[in-house]
Write a protein that binds this ligand. Structure first.
Ligand code: PLP
Length: 453
């Protein structure tokens, strides 16, 4: 069709809609959902614009990844152009580059402890895939223990480690064991106070590990603050206890920082919210390039690094260590550091949390909220008043109407009913936070009404 030789931007909205309807596929939702999605034509700062000229605030940084918003500085675009012009690609298995050396050493500097070695796959799923392969090869043990309320990716082993979507999509892979997360409502009868409940949760985890055979478990994989599952911050003592169990049984602690890494929680790494907890393996993605290019990383400790100096990792992809993606990540990271973006997140976090608390206070449809840095979740009230699970079941009429109103009120974001995620780009300022919550309140008024409050 000669239409394909016309420049981008020249198709009419009708042309685009026709092609979407006939040829485009979706991933986690049934395909026909695509026909009701806005067609975004351009973006600026923390705002996106659709083909009707409607403005949306980026209210969950897309999939919690456009941390630097949508306007790139000339420093970043120049760095990417220069890398493209000098050397857009060389396969990482047959040659090295300056950008790969520099990004590896920068990531190692940003990580505490003895985390040194770096790989750069193209997505969080692949980073977890590689890390699972490495943990198995390094320990010679087959099993991976992860948690029910978790998301680790959509590839074979990262999906097997995932709890959230497993019920819907997973074809069983062997060697994956799931434990219960420490959520206050699950352990509410396990002790008088938090310290006792944490103790019960850790005893249960240790009992499970012993029952599985501790010597068969290669790694415990967990998000420092499970994100898709609803920003579930854990007590410090629980995370410290998990680290101690790993040490006791020589199990590797693999912390998945794909969503919380690079400042989302007000710390460079989500696990830095738990003093004294150092992982053996860290994976991250999203904020690494703030989504300017698809890139993730796996970092491992010194002992593992020594092992893999002599042994292959047993995982690979053509595009791991892609020079242009690494140049984008390096330029974004140096900006994050020089502009003290994480300091900014820390300074606006109390304002953000105050708005989150207010949402839960004034809207009867909201049962609870959690908030750390610019990472928040609201729970829509459940009939039994318990911590809801993010699900893939069809939305109800009420939550569908709520989500229509969310968009009509100029917000664009994820919605995994019955959890409302709020995680704007990290560059958002105080007035914009206020404006975003004003829009959020209008959508929650609709939810209150739909739920009969
Ligand atoms: N791990 C966590 C904690 C995530 O939140 C995600 C994606 O949301 C992934 C892994 C998978 O990353 P990707 O979608 O880049 O493959």
């Amino acid at each position: 069709d000669p239409k394909h030789f016309q420049p981008l931007g020249s198709w009419s909205t009708e042309d685009i809609k026709d092609a979407v309807s006939s040829h485009v596929m979706c991933t986690w939702s049934p395909g026909k959902a695509k026909n009701s999605l806005p067609i975004i034509t351009h973006a600026n700062h923390i705002y996106l614009y659709d083909s009707d000229g409607k403005e949306y605030m980026d209210w969950t940084s897309q999939a919690v990844c456009t941390n630097a918003g949508h306007s790139l500085s000339p420093r970043v675009t120049t760095a990417i152009h220069e890398q493209m012009n000098n050397l857009h690609f060389v396969y990482g298995g047959i040659a090295m580059t300056e950008i790969r050396a520099r990004l590896s050493s920068l990531i190692s500097e940003l990580l505490p402890g003895d985390l040194v070695g770096c790989l750069f796959p193209s997505s969080g799923s692949e980073a977890n895939e590689a890390a699972i392969a490495m943990a198995r090869r390094f320990t010679g043990r087959p099993k991976i223990l992860s948690f029910y309320r978790s998301y680790h990716g959509g590839t074979k082993n990262s999906l097997s480690a995932t709890g959230d979507y497993r019920r819907h999509f997973q074809q069983d892979s062997s060697g994956f064991v799931k434990a219960f997360n420490f959520t206050p409502s699950f352990f509410e009868h396990a002790g008088e106070d938090e310290a006792e409940r944490v103790q019960s949760a850790l005893l249960m985890l240790e009992e499970q590990i012993i029952s599985e055979g501790a010597e068969t478990i290669a790694s415990i994989v967990l998000e420092s603050i499970p994100g898709s599952a609803g920003v579930l911050t854990m007590p410090h003592a629980y995370m410290q206890g998990v680290r101690a169990i790993c040490d006791k049984y020589s199990i590797l602690l693999h912390i998945d920082e794909v969503m919380c890494g690079f400042g989302r929680t007000g710390e460079m790494w989500g696990f830095q919210n738990y003093p004294g907890v150092l992982p053996d393996i860290v994976t991250s993605a999203k904020g690494l390039s703030a989504s300017v290019a698809p890139i993730s990383f796996v970092a491992i400790n010194e002992k593992m690094m020594e092992f893999f100096e002599e042994n292959p990792v047993g995982w690979g992809s053509t595009f791991q260590g892609h020079p242009v993606a690494m140049a984008a990540a390096y330029a974004i990271l140096t900006e994050v550091l020089t502009s003290n973006l994480i300091g900014h997140v820390k300074s606006v976090a109390p304002i953000f949390e105050e708005h989150m608390r207010h949402c839960a206070e004034v809207h009867p449809s909201i049962l609870n909220y959690r908030s750390i840095g610019l990472y928040g979740a609201l729970d829509i009230a459940t009939p039994d008043g318990r911590q809801p699970h993010a699900t893939h079941e069809a939305r109800t009429t009420a939550t569908t109407r709520y989500f229509d109103s969310f968009r009509e009120n100029g917000l664009l974001g994820l919605f995994r009913a019955p959890i409302i995620h709020i995680a704007p780009p990290l560059i958002i300022n105080e007035e914009e936070i206020q404006e975003g919550f004003a829009r959020q309140h209008r959508a929650l008024d609709v939810l209150d009404e739909e739920l009969g409050f």
